[in-house]
Design a protein around this ligand. Structure first.
Ligand code: HQG
Length: 222
């Protein structure tokens, strides 16, 4: 049995998308009696819901999952990635090890379209946050992938992460092994050079599978 999954702790209301109505397949049926039946819309699978928040992503409550976009080269060199590196040095070491030891940027790179889920691993006063790395571009800087490639990688990477979270929560009964909520920055939108609305389209198109979290908060300081 999966552990009960608490609701995200953010008090702001989140809106669940209503399934879009789809044409009734029976409506094309020539039978007169069928045509007079009330139209029933076929239930559509729920998709990921994003809500926008202004403020500091790092102020999240304990056990929140913080998501950012990463390259596969083992560098959190600039932008929000550098802020992650400074705040969560042990998580950075895990990310580097994943890219440089478990994989090899030249011979066996981390696949783009995948993720790395890092459970809380810092000591001292550092907040107990999970970190989700979405490998949306192989390289960074001038060698980063083109926007269309980054967008193609974003959906599978996010799906991989939502599945990782589900599997992780299924596998443990212990206190604190549950992700309490999801916060992400406007991934891909600055150094990776992808207009934010294009990433939103991809994320909001993700069909939420059984056991996945269906809501993510987007945090921005702008
Ligand atoms: N301190 C801070 N606090 C809060 N929000 C902050 C912030 N700093 C920036 N933001 C916002 O966070 C969003 C994403 O902007 P970013 O440029 O960071 O990420 P991205 O996803 O476009 O690109 C990823 C690659 O950028 C990096 O740098 P390197 O290429 O390695 O040098 C990585 O390593 C990756 O490879 C934008 O809304 C920024 O306003």
């Amino acid at each position: 049995m999966p552990s009960p999954i608490p609701e995200p702790s953010n008090p702001l209301p989140t809106k669940r998308k209503q399934p879009a109505s789809s044409p009734n397949p029976e409506s094309s049926e020539p039978n007169e009696s069928k045509r007079t039946e009330p139209k029933r819309s076929k239930p559509t699978a729920p998709t990921l819901t994003l809500t926008n928040h202004t403020g500091d992503i790092f102020s999240a409550p304990p056990n929140t999952l913080l998501i950012h976009a990463c390259n596969t080269q083992g560098s959190w060199g600039a932008g929000i990635a550098a802020a992650f590196r400074d705040r969560y040095p042990n998580a950075y070491l895990q990310y580097r090890s994943h890219c440089l030891k478990a994989h090899d940027p030249r011979a066996n790179p981390v696949p783009t379209g995948s993720c790395l889920l890092i459970p809380p691993c810092e000591t001292g006063d550092v907040p107990r946050h999970w970190i989700g790395c979405l490998f949306t571009s192989a390289k960074y800087g001038r060698a980063k992938d083109r926007p269309d490639v980054i967008l193609t990688n974003t959906g599978p990477a996010m799906r991989d992460l939502l599945e990782e979270v589900r599997a992780r929560e299924m596998g443990t009964e212990g206190e604190g092994e549950v992700v309490s909520g999801i916060r992400m920055c406007k991934i891909n939108s600055a150094r990776f050079g992808v207009p934010w609305h294009r990433t939103v389209e991809v994320l909001e198109g993700i069909v939420v599978e059984e056991g996945w979290k269906g809501d993510a908060e987007v945090w921005s300081i702008d």
